[in-house]
Design a protein around this ligand. Structure first.
Ligand SMILES: NC(=O)C1=CN([C@@H]2O[C@H](COP(=O)(O)OP(=O)(O)OC[C@H]3O[C@@H](n4cnc5c(N)ncnc54)[C@H](OP(=O)(O)O)[C@@H]3O)[C@@H](O)[C@H]2O)C=CC1
Ligand SMILES: CC(=O)N[C@@H](CCC(=O)OP(=O)(O)O)C(=O)O
Length: 351
């Protein structure tokens, strides 16, 4: 491919939050042309009809979902579809010769029985689950290069794993002691309405949900188990907060060995050196969700408590950007061998 040539991209689920965000971000990408935006419910309608903020930005009608048509129009497909939809869809796209980046949870969990236990519907064909590369960019990015099929991580696992991985790999925290307390804005649950995200239910309210049964628990445990070589289980509680975007993951773990606060900050900065999207704060400074809104950054702070022997790590992301569409584009860049941050240089929107 010539240096200045562009690849053609299609988006399935382009009327959802993840899909619309892919359009916003990809419009600024120098090596991508969006050639098909796909909707099962609004085919034939101009995308700007439902999303007036895209008027003059993308001048296209929504296409219906047709595999052969996608294969003619595109080289790469993002599937930003609800859980269960990608299971039969992605194999068809791959068989048609397309490269796929799937934003759903359908191909993240390597063990089919575990997937079915947590997601409550049938697991995907194990051959495709095996083929999928888990695209937590800063940790497994090297495995993404040249691959055809990337399973993009979940939003909570992205914030949480980026906060835990350096200490876990170094063996500086006890894997059996990890407790994670996470909060999300309501856009994390997608564009479909439900009583829980009704304004009167969420405004000025804070609610824990899916306690001990969240589908991201096996995803976090799978990665930590792979990295430590032992079976890791975590306590993980999610909360819904009255904000539109943002995830904050607060993690606690027992420190192993004699490692000071300065040692931990050095460890994290070294691990993420050269990675453009992770920013480790100075001691005593803590990130807030607004400091990453609209961007692909993951900001984190950490503090060792000598009194309890525990460390507290706080990590924030924008759930739709680094937690979904931004990381998916980061994976596209890594897959194609481009600069990791190509087209992703967005400064957070503040305030
Ligand atoms: N929102 C977030 O913060 C994050 C989301 N994710 C994951 O990304 C995926 C998309 O999430 P999100 O955009 O929030 O979800 P939304 O509910 O906002 O959008 C999903 C889209 O999928 C399309 N769709 C529905 N049924 C089908 C079908 N049978 N075939 C093809 N397309 C279909 C719909 O569009 P239409 O009816 O027009 O076809 C809909 O707009 C999900 O798997 C989600 O779990 C992951 C990380 C974070
Ligand atoms: C606020 C909110 O409801 N968030 C969703 C995130 C869902 C998601 O991203 O699902 P997959 O990654 O599994 O596809 C949740 O907690 O279930």
């Amino acid at each position: 491919m010539a240096l200045d040539s562009k690849i053609r991209v299609a988006i399935v689920g382009s009327t959802g939050y993840g899909g619309v965000e892919l359009i916003r971000l990809l419009q600024g990408h120098p090596r991508v042309d969006i050639t098909s935006v796909i909707s099962t419910s609004s085919a034939g309608v101009p995308i700007s009809k439902g999303f007036p903020h895209l008027t003059n930005i993308i001048n296209q009608d929504l296409d219906g979902l047709d595999i052969q048509s996608i294969a003619q129009k595109a080289d790469v497909v993002f599937t930003a579809t609800p859980s269960g939809i990608s299971t039969p869809l992605v194999p068809q796209l791959l068989q048609a010769g397309l490269k796929v980046i799937d934003l759903s949870g359908d191909f993240r969990i390597k063990d089919g029985a575990t997937y079915e236990h947590w997601y409550k519907h049938p697991a995907a064909d194990p051959r495709y689950v095996e083929q999928a590369v888990y695209g937590l960019s800063e940790v497994f990015g090297e495995e993404v290069l040249g691959k055809d099929f990337i399973s993009n991580p979940g939003c909570f696992p992205t914030a949480t794993l980026l906060g835990l991985v350096p200490a876990i790999i170094a063996g500086w925290i006890d894997p059996s002691s990890i407790i994670i307390d996470a909060k999300s804005g309501v856009s994390g649950s997608g564009r479909g309405t439900s009583l829980t995200v009704h304004y009167a239910e969420i405004n000025e309210n804070l609610r824990a949900y899916k306690v001990n049964r969240h589908q991201h628990i096996p995803e976090i445990e799978q990665v930590l188990s792979e990295l430590t070589g032992e079976k890791v289980t975590v306590t993980f509680t999610t909360h819904l907060t009255p904000m539109t975007r943002g995830i904050m993951s607060t993690m606690y773990a027992k420190v192993i060995g004699e490692h000071s606060q300065a040692d931990f900050v050095d460890l994290y900065r070294q691990y993420y050196e050269g990675r453009p999207f992770v920013r480790v704060r100075d001691t005593g400074e803590w990130p807030a969700t607004k400091e990453v809104t609209g961007s692909n950054f993951c900001d984190m702070g950490l503090l060792v408590d000598d009194r309890t022997g525990r460390i507290t790590i706080i990590s924030v992301i924008d759930n739709i950007v680094k937690g979904a569409s931004g990381q998916a584009i980061q994976n596209l860049n890594l897959m194609m061998g481009w600069e990791e941050d190509l087209g992703l240089g967005y400064t957070p929107v503040y305030p």
